[in-house]
Design a protein around this ligand. Structure first.
Ligand code: PEP
Ligand code: MG
Length: 322
């Protein structure tokens, strides 16, 4: 099997019925890029930038960040790199910011909510990203977007910093796609409205499942509710993909679900364009996708989405794909 994977390393991911999907990787540091390339990643679907801010006593400078983003972009060559802006809060704390303790950190002051208020910190990151943009194929996405206004505000800050850099004589790529993570149900529900304004979606199922099922992703007592194949999750995912395609945009997924062998056929059938997973899952996923027919699974789409429970979904999908 290892030999077969090695052969697949430099191949595209094409299903049995000739459909290309993109298999990308989730990374946390520039050092991770090596593993992405060794495992045949077609891009980086999620660069979690929190690590730049964690494990130190003060904020990373613009130059420090620029060097990290540039390193990832250069090493990935012309392959796409989706960088997620700072997503602290919830399970990811930063001691030196001395943020007030909250009763419900997962429902609190985090990610884009924090960045829009502390726009000094946010602008520094945006400038570093914009400066790095000329070194590769950069796409930028905002985490935890709950309203269109948040997206508009974040995008406005990005464009403002772009103008600032240009007027300072600094080069910036002019084709950077700007997208969002879909990980809050409100956004998944009105994906149609978002699709008119964003360039792409990346579905963050780790949080989308937590918020849809009202089950803390860190709490083992309620982990039985953490159900990726629950029809509610699949209907939201389908809504996001359909909304993207209706506007000619692409939809990816960067939550754990994207690399899950049971979920992969379902997501293929729903029309997901990009699957972003841990690097070591890429070659197994590519192997699996080679023998799946998107059209066959898609012909059961309504039936899958109409099931009442996750178990029923899994049973149906197994019967289709075996
Ligand atoms: C997600 O929520 O699915 C996701 C990819 O982001 P994180 O796990 O970093 O919250
Ligand atoms: Mg998340």
């Amino acid at each position: 099997q290892k030999e077969q994977w090695a052969k697949l390393k430099d191949q595209q991911t094409v299903t049995a019925d000739g459909v290309h999907v993109e298999l990308a990787a989730n990374i946390g540091t520039p050092e991770d890029v090596d593993g992405v390339l060794r495992n045949g990643g077609e891009g980086v679907g999620l660069y979690r930038t929190e690590f730049l801010y964690m494990g130190k006593s003060s904020l990373p400078t613009e130059d420090e960040q620029y060097e990290s983003y540039k390193a990832v972009l250069e090493n990935m060559g012309d392959k796409p790199v989706v960088v997620r802006t700072l997503d602290i809060g919830g399970d990811k704390e930063l001691d030196y910011l001395e943020l007030p303790k909250e009763l419900n950190p997962f429902l609190g002051f985090r990610a884009i909510r924090f960045c829009l208020e502390r726009d000094d910190i946010f602008r520094t990151q945006l400038r570093a990203l914009l400066r790095a943009s000329i070194h590769g194929n950069l796409k930028i996405m905002f985490p935890m977007v709950a309203t269109l206004q948040e997206f508009r505000d974040a995008k406005a800050l990005l464009l403002e910093e772009k103008d600032n850099l240009l007027s300072e004589g600094v080069q910036v790529a002019d084709d950077i796609e700007i997208g969002i993570m879909v990980e809050i149900p409100s956004t998944a529900v009105i994906a149609k409205q978002f699709a008119k304004e964003v360039d792409f979606f990346s579905i963050g199922t780790n949080d989308l499942i937590q918020y849809t099922m009202a089950a803390d992703r860190m709490n083992e007592k309620v982990s039985y509710l953490y159900q990726p194949y629950h029809p509610a999750i699949l209907n939201l995912v389908n809504n996001v993909i359909e909304a993207a395609h209706a506007e000619g945009k692409w939809a990816g997924m960067c939550g754990e679900m994207a690399g899950d062998p049971i979920a992969i056929p379902i997501l293929l059938g729903l029309g997901l364009d990009e699957f972003s997973m841990s690097a070591t899952s890429i070659l197994p996923a590519r192997t699996q996708l080679l023998s799946l027919s998107k059209e066959r699974i898609a012909s059961y789409k309504d039936e899958i989405l109409s099931k009442g429970t996750a178990e029923e979904v899994v049973e149906l999908v197994k019967s289709i794909t075996e």
